[in-house]
Design a protein around this ligand. Structure first.
Ligand code: G3I
Length: 371
């Protein structure tokens, strides 16, 4: 009887402490949950770098320990004219990462897209090589010891694994790949250097990517990792395809990073056989099925997809350096405007009001049940 009385007295305390314990688990973040596995990153837009929205800012600091600039470090912004660099925003980006003790990734040095117009006019190989040397050396040296890794070359491959006929390839041939990595390593010998692409988990492009890595190494370039962008869909690529890629790249002695992760839930116009991707799709209800809210059934599918992807990532955590989402929340995602402008997509873990989605819970739950 005495024992029961004693227990009754303690009951409120027990309830209170279990509530507190629950609070602690819900307060934990992505970066804390995965801290023993790999960095959890996000891409930041210019407003986020400038901390313009306090709610977004505290979410970023709470959940992520790695950052990539979504746009502001691309050539057209940092190197707008031959003799002019503009580091105003990239200085803020690097300072933001340092202030918050985050892993800082540089995106991107050599990319055929978002080039300043003057760069696209370079036709001569000597001039192009001089441009590449100046561009890479100036930017990498400026942030030497402060930026932790760089996308040295971005998207140099076609879907069949052949080399894209970019302005770099057309003037310099495939040697430009080796040179880019050499220039970057010379400017900061300690920084990690990555080749980054999309769809490079798919077998034919993967094969081309493996050849490209081998060429860079054979030519004396230093390459530390491969970035798989991971702009994925609910049904594809398969977990097996992703796993084969992790193993294949890692077998070359490289770190594997998932650098731009998001999962579209919207129909793809290219799936409609014979249909051109053109203005006709804009404003089409069929192509923008969830303008107000994502139905629960799709929310669940997205959560399951993220869970299976992260389960695989954890299985291969020894090979994976970083997993970065391409944006903080659904409202800012590039997928609202691509491949059709003005749609409402739901590809990330936080909704446009910054609320964690089912997908967030499923990624978090994976670690709760494991450890
Ligand atoms: O800044 C202008 C704004 O003033 C204007 O009102 C608005 C109208 O459309 O456009 C704004 O610029 C857009 C910019 O994003 C900033 O939002 C550009 O049109 C748009 O083309 C640009 O898209 C970026 C895209 O790269 C360009 O290629 C996306 O934000 C960015 O997420 C995307 O990121 C790429 C990676 O760098 C490489 N891998 C693929 C990935 C997705 O495409």
């Amino acid at each position: 009887m005495k024992l029961i009385n004693h227990y009754l007295l303690l009951l409120p305390l027990i309830i209170l402490s279990s509530c507190n314990a629950k609070k602690e688990t819900t307060a934990i973040s992505l970066k804390d949950s995965y801290k023993k596995d790999f960095y959890i990153g996000t891409a930041l837009d210019a407003n986020q770098i400038e901390e313009k929205n306090a709610k977004e800012d505290s979410l970023i600091k709470k959940e992520f320990n790695a950052i990539t600039a979504e746009n502001i470090m691309k050539s057209m912004f940092v190197h707008p004219a031959k003799d002019k660099y503009d580091f105003a925003l990239s200085d803020k980006f690097v300072a933001y990462g340092e202030k918050n003790k985050m892993f800082i990734h540089g995106h991107t040095l050599i990319w055929h897209s978002q080039l300043a117009p003057w760069m696209t006019e370079i036709k001569d190989s000597t001039e192009m090589k001089a441009f590449m040397k100046d561009h890479i050396t100036t930017i990498v040296s400026k942030y030497k010891g402060r930026i932790d890794s760089w996308d040295v070359v971005n998207e140099a491959l076609n879907e069949d694994g052949t080399l894209r006929k970019s302005v770099f390839f057309n003037t310099l041939g495939e040697q430009y790949l080796v040179d880019a990595f050499k220039f970057a390593a010379a400017a900061d010998p300690k920084v990690d250097l990555y080749y980054n692409d999309y769809n490079n988990e798919e077998p034919s492009k993967r094969e081309g990517n493996i050849n490209l890595i081998k060429k860079i190494k054979a030519g004396g370039g230093k390459i530390d990792g491969v970035g798989i962008q991971a702009h994925w869909r609910l049904e594809s690529p398969s977990i097996e395809t992703i796993e084969e890629s992790i193993l294949a790249y890692s077998a070359l002695g490289l770190k594997v990073a998932f650098t731009e992760l998001d999962i579209t839930v919207l129909p793809n116009p290219w799936d409609l056989k014979g249909a051109d991707v053109n203005q006709n799709f804009e404003g089409s209800a069929k192509m923008n099925p969830y303008p107000e809210k994502l139905p629960d059934s799709v929310q669940v599918k997205l959560a399951e997809r993220y869970a299976s992807i992260f389960k695989l990532f954890v299985k291969h955590k020894d090979k994976i350096s970083r997993v970065t989402f391409w944006g903080v929340h659904d409202g800012q995602s590039w997928l609202n405007d691509w491949p059709i402008r003005g749609r409402t997509n739901y590809p990330l873990l936080f909704d446009k009001d910054l609320k964690p989605k089912k997908a967030y819970q499923s990624v978090m739950k994976l670690k709760e049940t494991k450890e």
